[in-house]
Design a binder for this molecule. Structure first.
Ligand SMILES: C[S@@+](CC[C@H](N)C(=O)[O-])C[C@H]1O[C@@H](n2cnc3c(N)ncnc32)[C@H](O)[C@@H]1O
Length: 227
């Protein structure tokens, strides 16, 4: 198995960054193209003062939206310190927002306080074995709490998902044009649903988001509730 952390350190170093506080975005995006697919309401109809957890928050713009626009109490974790430093620089003044440097699985396993909703936008879900990650998420969600996550669509390159829940080697394209290997778990929709059932979830929704210009699928958004 390859090192899963270092590509994300390289990504954080290269991704464009404007220093200083940033305005809160007015819409939450789950995919690669703005305005397409669900918004924050997929995490629950009333998020005010709800405890929400993000796994793999990057620079924190989605967490900032949930805290700043919806009044949620958001904890957002990322593996990479540079990302969390930037998140604090951009949005640290907002109420109800906590950013932490931590591996998602480690965070889930090391605490007990339950969350109302857990989400990941191209974050730790799909980059960690779902057979390990999904039970760990279920453990930190209150009964009937929501899990929503987006991952690259498994059919984005007309390649079928590996059988038996096995991961495959993908490449992260960095801004300087180089590519870093990453391991991804990319079940198809029935595969995700089986894994969710095994971990104690009831799948509640699927959105398949297209690239509006090229008419191909880019993103899979899966919603589920803890039983
Ligand atoms: C493609 S970026 C997405 C960031 C953010 N969710 C967004 O939509 O802009 C993936 C992020 O997940 C983080 N990440 C990857 N594996 C992780 C893990 N096991 N635990 C926590 N964060 C992780 C990376 O450091 C990176 O910031």
């Amino acid at each position: 198995m390859i090192d899963q952390a270092s590509p994300w350190h390289a990504y954080a170093e290269q991704v464009p960054h404007v220093p200083g506080p940033s305005p809160v975005r007015q819409r939450m995006e789950w995919g690669m193209h703005p305005g397409i697919g669900p918004d924050a309401r997929v995490l629950g109809p009333a998020l005010h003062e709800r405890r929400v957890l993000e796994l793999g928050c990057g620079d924190g713009h989605n967490a900032a939206h949930l805290a700043g626009v919806h009044g949620a109490e958001v904890t957002a974790v990322d593996l990479v310190g540079t990302q969390i430093r930037r998140a604090n620089e951009k949005y640290g003044a907002l109420k109800g927002l906590t950013f932490l440097v931590c591996d998602a699985l480690r965070f889930l396993r090391n605490g007990t306080l339950p969350f109302d909703s857990v989400y990941s936008v191209f974050g730790a879900l799909g980059l960690t074995d779902p057979e390990i990650m999904l039970p760990a998420v279920a453990r930190r969600l209150r009964p009937h709490g929501r899990l929503v996550f987006s991952v690259p669509h498994p059919r984005r390159r007309s390649r079928s998902s590996p059988p038996d829940g096995r991961p495959h080697l993908d490449f992260l394209l960095l801004p300087d044009g180089t590519r870093r290997p990453v391991t991804r778990w990319e079940p198809d929709v029935p595969g995700w649903h089986s894994a969710l059932h095994r971990a104690g979830f009831r799948p509640t929704g699927v959105h398949e988001l297209p690239d509006p210009l090229r008419a191909r699928l880019t993103t899979l958004v899966i919603s589920a509730r803890r039983r």
